[in-house]
Design a protein around this ligand. Structure first.
Ligand SMILES: [Zn+2]
Length: 125
């Protein structure tokens, strides 16, 4: 269950970037998750509400975008998605010297804020 530690990092990143914004409630948080991370969107979404409880992100929805694995062939420069058909090598030249360029992501892509003008400022009464 390493999802929880990833979620905590993500939430901290999001809260950091919220410091620079003035108000607004977070509606949705979009995260890109590479297929090689082994992270399960199901668990990410399951742990998310727990991780954001009591923060500015409470009540927001986590949206997970899965990023497929892509490799760049060191021999011919082709960017390809490794498949079993080619032994996970380059489909153009057959080289096994592929450098993974996508698939290890775990990044905060963007957040959707709800600007409804109803702030939670204490009115004093
Ligand atoms: Zn190649």
């Amino acid at each position: 269950m390493h999802e929880m530690s990833y979620i905590v990092k993500l939430v901290n990143t999001a809260l950091d970037s919220l410091k620079d914004m003035d108000g607004g409630k977070v509606k949705e948080l979009f995260v890109q998750v590479g297929a090689m991370t082994g992270l399960e969107p199901y668990y990410l979404k399951k742990y998310y509400p727990e991780a954001v409880r009591g923060t500015l992100l409470e009540g927001s929805v986590l949206r997970v975008e899965l990023i497929p694995v892509e490799a760049c062939c060191q021999d011919c420069g082709l960017v390809y998605q490794p498949t079993r058909d080619y032994g996970y090598g380059c489909p153009a030249c057959g080289s096994g010297q592929g450098r993974v360029v996508h698939g290890r992501e775990f990044v905060l892509d963007h957040m959707v804020l709800e600007m409804d003008g109803r702030t939670n400022e204490s009115s004093g009464c």
